[in-house]
Design a protein. Structure first.
Length: 255
């Protein structure tokens, strides 16, 4: 596992890495969502009654991180659950040589940091802001108190953790069983499924795809060009459109 000196040498895409919240946040969103509105977008909070959500909203604290900030370091002790109110973060492992493996990318409505609150173990990965990001923090004591008081919340959390475990199983299978083309296709399908299944609107660089599937940026670029030439995808400045989803599913061995 990389130490903090290595992290400082490898900021994402040229950004300076800063550990902790700062006052230089410049989110592009027109109006920030209220804590209550953010909670309604988090899967395991969304089904709770309004009065319970309002009580939780009173407990959260708000922090802002500019692009490139290290929000969490692996091996740090965990004391809070983090909810993404705006922006985007990546969860990464960093090798001794500075290479990054991106475990996941999380945007608005996602959460992270729950594992350390449940098992009392140190953080398992680094979390870095990919964009200017606003987070809500729920302290360990408050989080556990709400879990004890609400069986529905506990069951919803277990459901979400099970979903993440299934996705981790799928990813392991992809890395082991698929070639690079299959892994790129699978990543594109996953990103599209976050929206309407066809158009990927969030920023997905070749470098980031490579970090997520264990391939070089150059290899990903060649694969993407091949997909374009075969009419499987169309790439514009701001989005990627899946033109032949069925062919991509075949490449990713989903059929």
């Amino acid at each position: 596992m990389a130490d903090r000196r290595i992290l400082k040498l490898t900021p994402p895409e040229g950004a300076s890495i800063v550990h902790g919240a700062t006052s230089t946040f410049t989110a592009e969103a027109a109006l920030p969502l209220s804590p209550l509105a953010v909670l309604r977008r988090v899967p395991f909070f969304a089904g709770l009654p309004d009065e319970e959500l309002a009580a939780i909203a009173e407990l959260v604290r708000e922090r802002e991180y500019p692009k490139g900030s290290v929000i969490l370091f692996a091996a740090d002790q965990g004391d809070s659950l983090y909810l993404v109110a705006a922006g985007e973060v990546k969860v990464v492992l960093i090798g001794e040589d500075g290479r990054e493996v991106v475990l996941s990318v999380m945007g608005e409505g996602n959460f992270f940091g729950e594992m350390s609150l449940l098992d009392d173990e140190p953080r398992s990965a680094h979390v870095i802001a990919l964009q200017d990001t606003r987070l809500l923090l729920l302290r360990r004591e408050d989080f556990r108190s709400r879990l004890r008081a609400s069986p529905d919340l506990a069951i919803a959390l277990l459901r979400e953790l099970s979903r993440r475990l299934r996705r981790a199983d799928d990813r392991i299978g992809s890395l082991v069983l698929l070639d690079v083309g299959g892994r790129v296709a699978d990543q594109l399908l996953q990103a599209a499924d976050e929206a309407d299944g066809i158009v990927i609107t969030r920023r997905l660089t070749h470098h980031l795809i490579g970090q997520m599937i264990g391939a070089s940026r150059e290899t990903v670029s060649r694969t993407m060009r091949d997909f374009v030439e075969r009419g499987l995808i169309m790439v514009s400045r701001r989005e990627i459109t899946l033109l032949d989803r069925k062919a991509l599913e075949t490449t990713a061995q989903r059929t």
